[in-house]
Write a protein that binds this ligand. Structure first.
Ligand code: NAD
Length: 253
């Protein structure tokens, strides 16, 4: 049974990695998907179309409010509205592990602009359209690192802590508009970004992360899709402001 037939979803950062898995997973449930990425998202959109789904790619830097407004306008023009926003775009794996003393002010600001202000800009742009349609779903991607205080990635972990807080604030501000706002906190996931940074994500690092899980295996993007579909579907209509850890039982809160 298709749970998202007739729905229109914007998935940011879906050219690759976890975002691409979300885009394909939502399309498989019947949603029309907008692949929004600063990089080339043609391959994700093409794959969805080849599988008889509906998708377009719109190049977007989520930290640029004008580009975000253009993304939403094009989505409305092509697909008639927006029902679902997945705030997945972020900088992560390429940041490299370093002590907080080595993080420059410029790099700190860049991480916040993309990982925190990006979701804010996107939520701000879609909320009036969702409200006019009678409701919607916003799902933010946080990280299990927030609950562990993972060292040597302070700007990233702080940005994801802000995403958890933003999820709660938006849920309270948008409840009367029947817009649900929740978050997923993935564990270390073998995304394209992680696989492309083997100096930081060494086999030993990955193994030690797996050892801390109740379910001791590698996490892959597909592990996150079920939770995403649930949060985008009517099955989660009475749930808002929550952050679901999907990490094989590493953090428990
Ligand atoms: N992989 C993990 O272990 C892990 C764990 C916890 C949380 N997360 C979160 O999951 C999400 C996806 O991570 P991933 O590992 O798949 O990443 P990834 O690096 O594989 O992909 C990220 C995508 O976001 C895009 N992007 C980056 N900056 C952007 C911008 N300014 N505007 C639009 N798009 C932009 C990139 O082009 C890329 O396609 C991120 O929010 C990340 O923080 C990942």
């Amino acid at each position: 049974m298709h749970r998202l037939t007739g729905k229109v979803a914007i998935v940011t950062g879906s050219a690759q990695g976890i975002g691409a898995a979300f885009a394909k997973g939502l399309a498989a449930e019947g949603a029309k998907v907008v692949v929004a990425d600063v990089g080339d998202g043609t391959a994700t959109a093409d794959e969805i179309v080849r599988a008889n789904g509906a998708a377009i790619y719109v190049q977007t830097d989520v930290s640029d409010p004008a580009q975000v407004r253009a993304l939403v306008a094009e989505t409305v023009e092509r697909f008639g509205g927006v029902d679902i926003l997945v705030n997945n775009a972020a900088v992560f794996a390429k940041l490299g592990a370093k002590s907080f003393q080595e993080i420059s002010s410029a790099e700190f600001d860049q991480v916040m602009a993309i990982n925190v202000r990006g979701p804010f800009e996107c939520a701000k742009a879609v909320a009036p359209i969702m409200k006019a349609r009678g409701g919607g779903k916003i799902v933010n991607i946080a990280s299990s690192t927030v609950f562990k205080g993972v060292p040597n990635l302070l700007h990233y972990v702080s940005s994801k802590g802000a995403v958890v807080a933003m999820t709660r604030c938006l849920a309270r501000e948008l409840g009367d508009d029947r817009i649900n706002v929740n978050a997923i906190a993935p564990g270390l996931t073998m995304s394209d970004g992680v696989l492309g940074a083997p100096d930081d994500f060494t086999p030993e690092y990955i193994q030690s992360n797996m050892n801390a899980r109740a379910l001791r295996r590698k996490q892959v993007p597909a592990d996150l899709v079920g939770a995403m579909v649930f949060l985008c579907s009517s099955d989660s209509d009475f749930m808002t402001g929550q952050t679901m850890a999907v990490d094989g039982g590493n953090v428990m809160h």
